[in-house]
Design a binder for this molecule. Structure first.
Ligand code: HEC
Length: 104
């Protein structure tokens, strides 16, 4: 029975992982714009101008509540609290790619 529950937990997290664009539309775009081109509250960098590794580290730290570069960390902690490691990784790659797309 325990094994069974574990199996469904693992299956569940991969089946229900949200796509980066879905997360952006539902959570991030209200502050950062549909292409992640806007500064959060006018103070942060525009996420789509940052490197994937920077975004990965930033989101991981915001979720843990250990980053607040512009004194608005708690705002981002609230936004990232439901993200899984997998979703953060996918977002970091996707958001960087959105910036590239705009340049072309
Ligand atoms: C309610 C407005 C709001 C929403 C929604 C929001 N952010 Fe932010 N974001 C901010 C603010 C404000 C900051 C600056 C926080 C600080 O003081 O460090 C920020 C900072 C960031 C940074 C770091 C920028 C830098 O200069 O270091 C990234 C990356 C980021 N947000 C990505 C996201 C992603 C991805 C989402 C969706 C999961 C999201 N944000 C949702 C307001 C928001």
């Amino acid at each position: 029975m325990k094994k069974f529950i574990l199996f469904f937990l693992i299956l569940g997290t991969s089946l229900f992982a949200r796509e980066p664009q879905e997360i952006i539309d539902n959570i991030c775009s209200s502050c950062h714009g549909i292409n992640m081109e806007k500064r959060g509250y006018g103070v942060s960098e525009a996420p789509n101008t940052l490197s994937s590794s920077y975004i990965l580290e930033a989101l991981t730290k915001y979720r843990a509540g250990t980053k607040s570069d512009y004194r608005q960390g708690p705002t981002m902690t609230a936004q990232t609290s439901t993200l899984t490691d997998e979703e953060i990784k996918a977002l970091s790659i996707y958001v960087k790619a959105l910036g590239k797309k705009k340049e072309n």
